[in-house]
Design a protein around this ligand. Sequence first.
Ligand code: GAL
Length: 679
Amino acid sequence: MFKDKYVMGTCYYPEHWDRELWDSDIDRMLDCGISVIRIAEFAWNFFEPEEGVYTFDFFDDFLRLCEKKGMKVIMCTPTATPPAWLTGKYPEVLTSDIDGNKYKHGGRRHYNYNSETYRRFCSVITEKLALHYGDHKAVIGWQIDNEFNCELDEFYSEADTRAFRIFLKEKYKTIDELNRAWGTSFWNQTYNDFEEISVPARIPTAHNPHQMLDYHRFISGSVLSFCKLQSDILREHIRPGAFITTNGMFGYIDNHRMTGESLDVYTYDSYPSFAFGLKKESWVPKGLKDRHWSRNLTEVRSICPHFGIMEQQSGANGSVGGMEGPAPRPGQLTLWAMQSVAHGADYISFFRWRTACFGAEMYWHGILDHDNRDNRKISEVKSFHEKLQKINEICGSDFEAELAYLTDYDNEWDTADDIWHKDLNDVSSESIFLFTQKNHIPYDYVFFNDKTGAEDLLRYKYVIYPHPVLMDEKRTEVLYEYVRRGGILIVGAMSGAKDLRGHCVMKPGPGLLSKLTGSDVKESTFVHENDEGMTASDGKRVFDMPLYNEILTVKEGEENALKAAFYDSGYYKGEAALIENSVEKGKVYHLGGVFSEENLKTLSELIGMKSLTEDIAEVPEDIEAVLRSKGEKKYLFLLNYMFEPEFAVLKCEAEDLFTGERVSGRVEMKPFEVRVFKL
Ligand code: GAL
């Protein structure tokens, strides 16, 4: 986002406080190193208190003060909370629940992306703001809306049905083609006209899975077009150099495409204490809970390698209506903010400056509490800023990984309506995360799309594509090219079982992928309860084979494929569980199951995949190790998420960037401590 230096910010709501506080608030922020604030994302009424009446006085006053004091500002379009005058007079802008009942005014995100009326009002307010503040010296960037698809990610209003029909007409051209794609001869669902189709509604049994897949693609399209509507207007009027972003990462949005089409930079909102659950009984710390945010940040990095954190947790989660969360313990605020930095954030903006004294989130704590006194959190923010200054040379560096975790939106969204696919995917994605974290084998997510080529994959020695159930020729060709040129590809069960419409293919598994895998799936089954503890072996190693098993063989005529492991028990004892195939310079491994921490360990031994930091340091499982590089220089982040001290051993001499000391050998990591070494 800022690329050459780390910048610290906060979220501020001038409309929540007496004006008398503005001055001292900005001074106190600057004093602790906060140089950017985000404002106005829920403040539509302050700009348009009545339809067509625009007033900028309030924010003009505030921005004048910011300019005078040298505080920079990210301005927001306020479209996440439509005013009451708008929803009252034009109720069609409200979104609806699955039964078509309109939500009432109140809360937030109660609007509808596809309402023509809402889009018109949003265009006008965006344009007014862009014209008024587009050149303002204090305004360095713009946030569109706030957290698309947070709270709701399925929409059922009449405007959605109208837009869904247009989406389908554009996609299928004729109703016959749609009937084929949706397999409507099943359960007598044939349509004679696009006008007969609506967004999914409450029905007595399962929805048509092909319709659901298209519906979820449609939702993403709706968000993208709503975002682009605003970004095009901003782009036309704001100063060149001012950036456009949006924040959050929620369901059914192709964030990669949205960023490419509409944004300069992507920002994420990071609240790791959600990992401890919101119920008191689950507040017990266990390893890797908040470390799961590293998985989210890995996904963010795939969208935008140098991203921003628009909201970084600084206090307890708390919403009056149903969220109770623990406050970050001393050191945890810094740990979580450094977790973001280690994964590629160069802008860290804490949510929020001060806890609100009114409203639904008055227990959602910010840096300052209601009493407005300096506290341990503000001291930590200050010292975090001092730390950032000491590691500024790392800004703009690259995250190091030899492993890519390949996925794609078609497959991700298919899991919403296909429980088989979901079960397999959930187990594998969690296991891959846990195994790679504990063994310090960091990965990058790569989201397969039309632009992905073999070169994108060849940056990685290993690619794991756990369950590419939906597959097409084009993707198969890219994978083939990756392997042919030396890549090592690993796939699991149900691979290639469907086409992109979500129909099961009438081909032996793994469908199109058998060209690469050299395998043939004779039969498959969820593991029977009597077969729990199912394993396979290759004579030397044991592969754990839980949940789902495919009985594999070598595809007829394949000369370079071999059976690499065999089931140890059950009615398919002795049959193959793993096929290894050589394709020119590369290799493909087809494991007939889901990935578990145990079988990933065995597979890693087989393919020689090792810890990235093995030659640099001995790092215990409880510490996350992140390696970043800039030219010849390498930097090692060690992050201790545990409530107890931990120890690592540096195998070479390195400079501790926080203390300036040269260290080697055993290094202590205090609870929640982060250490950064220049190697
Ligand atoms: C985010 C949101 C903020 C605030 C915060 C704490 O989801 O963008 O407006 O609600 O969480 O709940």
